[in-house]
Write a protein that binds this ligand. Structure first.
Ligand code: FAD
Length: 275
């Protein structure tokens, strides 16, 4: 697999203890030599400082890092200031998103969609940033239809995105279909599958319900049958996800982006299997 498109995602820790744990996680994951680590950004700027602090710490450790940046609930002025700050620290890569505001949280902001954010970043900073955007092989849950969502994805690329990372999924065919259809719309950029290791059944179902990922019936039933037997869940999860990764890479996926959940064990184990 090309290292160019192998990346690992963290969220910014909320406590000093979390930050310490993440340092240990990073030290382990750095041994896998990913191209870069990315750090999520709370919609509305709620983790703005934490995201930047984590990114700068990763860069000081000699690794490449990419902050995520979401536009929902934000003004152009505030996004402009964040871009200037990223630039002043020599950050050259970012993941541009719309984000999701918690219900009841103010207005949508001046940039309604990620495509508008990408357009704004290009207008403000030219080619300074390598921009990744999100893609949804199983459709974004708010989209009108898969076709509509695909058009909206293509719009983000036309606005100037260099590459995309997908929402996680467990149906390899959904990815291959999505990619074929995107190519037909003229999308030529790498679309890197997002990979969610399976380590905890209840957490996985909660996340998947929120983001519109389908857990295939055979996987759900098997995970449910393990009850509280966390070792069996992890062992089965490793088999399922490593096989998914193998299939994706064999089918031409340009790399993998791991949603690490700030843990190293599952991502490392999958990586070792792929070797
Ligand atoms: P968009 O591309 O703007 O799409 C959102 C919805 O609007 C879709 O249904 C789309 O079809 C529709 N749409 C787009 N353009 C138009 C248009 N012109 N007219 C009508 N409809 C349109 N969230 C965070 O808050 N912080 C993060 O750090 C973060 N990181 C993520 C990383 C990855 C790799 C992924 C896949 C998701 C991440 N998310 C993050 C979640 C993401 O913010 C949500 O999925 C959000 O609901 C959509 O963001 P988007 O950038 O895909 O939005």
């Amino acid at each position: 697999m090309s290292k160019e498109n192998f990346s690992i995602e963290f969220f910014p820790p909320k406590t000093a203890e979390g930050a310490e744990k993440l340092r240990a996680t990073r030290a382990k994951l750095a041994e896998l030599h990913p191209k870069y680590f990315s750090v999520t950004f709370g919609a509305g700027g709620s983790t703005q400082q934490g995201t930047l602090d984590t990114v700068l710490e990763i860069m000081r450790e000699g690794q490449q890092a990419a902050p995520h940046l979401s536009c929902v609930g934000s003004s152009k002025e505030s996004i402009r200031a964040i871009l200037a700050e990223f630039k002043s620290h020599g950050i050259r890569r970012l993941v541009a998103l719309r984000g999701d505001l918690p219900s009841g949280y103010g207005g949508a902001g001046e940039l309604r969609y990620a495509s508008e954010l990408v357009e704004f970043i290009r207008a403000e900073t030219g080619d300074w940033f390598h921009i990744e955007v999100a893609a949804y092989p199983e459709m974004h849950p708010q989209a009108k239809s898969p076709q509509d969502d695909l058009q909206n994805f293509a719009r983000k690329v036309q606005a100037g995105a260099n590459a995309a990372i997908t929402q996680y999924f467990y149906n390899a065919d959904a990815y291959f279909q999505f990619l074929d259809n995107a190519r037909k719309l003229g999308v030529a950029v790498p679309v890197v599958p997002g990979i969610m290791p399976i380590t905890n059944y209840s957490q996985l179902t909660r996340f998947s319900d929120m983001c519109g990922t389908e857990i295939p019936r055979w996987i759900r039933l098997k995970l449910a049958s393990f009850g509280d037997d966390s070792d069996s869940i992890k062992a089965f999860g490793l088999d399922v996800v490593a096989q998914l990764c193998e299939r994706l890479l064999a089918g031409g996926a340009p790399g993998l982006h791991f949603y690490s959940m700030n843990q190293s064990a599952a991502t490392s184990a999958i990586w070792q299997r792929l070797k």
